[in-house]
Ligand binder design. Structure first.
Ligand code: FHN
Length: 504
């Protein structure tokens, strides 16, 4: 069949638009976002003030470390089936229902959609998970109520595909919310909008009257489930929405705008991230005026900002898998990179150094056990946090020249330097702008009692805007993990000599 010139032009234009859109989406997370210069009137733009100052958001800002848990029917296969790995056929372990290609088992989708009949996590104890998260130092957790497969881990009235239809029967969401709340860990509920197996769900924007009626039914179902979750679990602090990228949801900007308002009215103080909805022009995360849609930037998934300025002062969190990808249980961790404790601590400190929270994902197996590798990481992170959490909780970005030794955080008069790259001469040199009013006067290593020697090293580099303070790390101090210098700052009394400018 010959393609006409016009058809070729249309295909080319479509491909170019898709590449440009993909580039625009990429750019949102790989460089500083410039706000649009022209301001336009929006019907469905941002409705929340930037940097809310109510208690819920102040608590969010102070969390530092969180735990994500992806759990559901996908935990039963654990990214494989009858000895065959799904790695080459499914995008991620929790996407295993969508397993296709030569490795996919025969009639796989039907098999998957019947797995709920065997979901009976006899080893599940929410209190054990919550205690582990407490020991790890998590201050909040995000739990999957329903992922893209539509299976609800609570006994929803709006779908029969839920936990009450399984041998386990009990309300897992309630067990998790109650157990974590009892440990003092705030709970956020993950909720996937898209549902692969819902007959009323559409990927594309509804066009025909029949499609519009169907998708409106789906929208009502979605709203009912969200209001049901708020009613059943009033202790929760927020929703972590996902699966909001299809054109169907994007086309429903009036509905989602009104739904966000209703959810916030029903649950004052509710925290909703930027992934929930878009404005009437389809702009997601940030509306057409560059304003954040929601209370915090929710796009840092398996990525971290390269610089503090990329955040434009917005609140944010980063969610991270332990394997390269794969949020649901993966039985086999061999053959892929598994993040080390040091990797995770570096990502944690990079996040909090830029006013973000870092959320580590766990994917329990079909019986309710964490992966042994997750247990080990939780223990090692917790051991580190026991000594160093003062540099993580309730801290803010320190506006100082970048250090190559690790990450700065600050809290009141204290500056924290979490050292990942120990200097060969055991001198931690801190650059302080000459115009600064607060300078280092005392220092110690968290977990150690010894005061460290501080020397003002006014090096006298020509045209240098900074002066320097050298903190001596004892040669006898040889930890196996990163360590934190806690540095007290006071009103500057040391004078910086004014030298003749170099003549060139
Ligand atoms: O498609 C989901 C994926 O399965 C996982 O839930 C992550 C983490 O929230 N979010 C989407 C991928 O970006």
């Amino acid at each position: 069949m010959r393609i006409t010139t016009n058809q070729l032009r249309f295909i080319t234009a479509t491909l170019i638009c898709q590449l440009l859109l993909a580039g625009a989406v990429q750019a949102q997370w790989t460089e500083k976002k410039e706000k649009p210069t022209a301001h336009i009137a929006l019907k469905y733009g941002s409705i929340t003030p930037k940097n809310r100052q109510d208690k819920a958001m102040k608590d969010f800002r102070a969390y530092g470390l969180g735990q994500f848990i992806h759990w559901g029917i996908y935990a039963i296969p654990g990214n494989e089936w009858e000895g065959v790995s799904a790695r080459k056929g499914a995008a991620a372990s929790e996407w295993i229902r969508a397993w296709r290609g030569p490795t996919a088992p025969k009639d796989w989708t039907t098999t998957y959609d019947n797995l709920y009949k065997q979901f009976n996590p006899v080893a599940f104890k929410a209190s054990k998970w919550a205690s582990q998260a407490k020991q790890m130092g998590a201050k909040y957790m995000i739990f999957t109520t329903k992922h893209h497969d539509g299976f609800a881990l609570w006994p929803t009235k709006y779908s029969s595909y839920n936990i009450s239809a399984t041998p386990y029967k009990k309300d897992i969401v309630k067990e998790v919310v109650d157990a974590y709340t009892a440990e003092g860990i705030d709970v956020f509920l993950y909720f996937s909008i898209l549902e692969w197996n819902n007959p009323d769900y559409l990927n594309k924007a509804p066009e025909t009257p029949a499609e519009k009626e169907k998708f409106n039914t789906f929208l009502t179902y979605t709203k009912n489930q969200l209001l049901e979750l708020l009613k059943n679990y009033p202790q929760i602090k927020g929703f972590w929405f996902d699966g909001t990228w299809d054109k169907s949801w994007i086309s429903a900007s009036e509905f989602t705008y009104n739904l966000e308002k209703e959810l916030r009215e029903v649950h004052p103080g509710l925290i909703i991230g930027s992934r929930f909805r878009n404005d009437e022009f389809g702009k997601r995360h940030f509306d057409s005026n560059g304003e954040l849609l929601g209370d915090y930037e929710q796009g840092w998934e398996r990525k971290l900002p390269g610089d503090y300025t990329w955040l434009n002062g917005n609140d944010w969190d980063a969610v991270m898998t332990i394997p390269p990808n794969g949020w649901g249980y993966m039985k086999d961790w061999s053959g892929v990179y598994i993040k080390t404790t040091e990797d995770i601590l570096a990502m944690l400190m990079q996040s909090v150094s830029m006013n973000g929270n870092f959320v580590l994902n766990f994917g329990p197996d079909g019986l309710g056990n964490m992966h042994p590798g997750e247990d080990l990481l939780a223990k090692e992170i917790g051991d580190w946090m026991k000594t160093n959490s003062e540099a993580v909780y309730g801290v803010r970005h320190a506006d100082l020249p970048e250090t190559k030794l690790g990450y700065y955080t600050e809290k009141e008069e204290y500056l924290y330097l979490t050292v990942f790259n120990r200097p060969i001469n055991n001198i931690a040199r801190i650059a302080i702008p000459k115009k600064a009013t607060q300078v280092p006067v005392e220092a110690q290593i968290l977990g150690q009692v010894q005061s460290l020697q501080i020397t003002h090293a006014d090096i006298g580099l020509d045209l240098d805007k900074n002066t320097y303070y050298d903190i001596k790390i004892p040669a006898s101090f040889n930890p196996s993990k990163p360590f934190v210098l806690k540095i007290k700052r006071e009103q500057a009394v040391t004078k910086t000599d004014k030298l003749m400018d170099a003549k060139m």
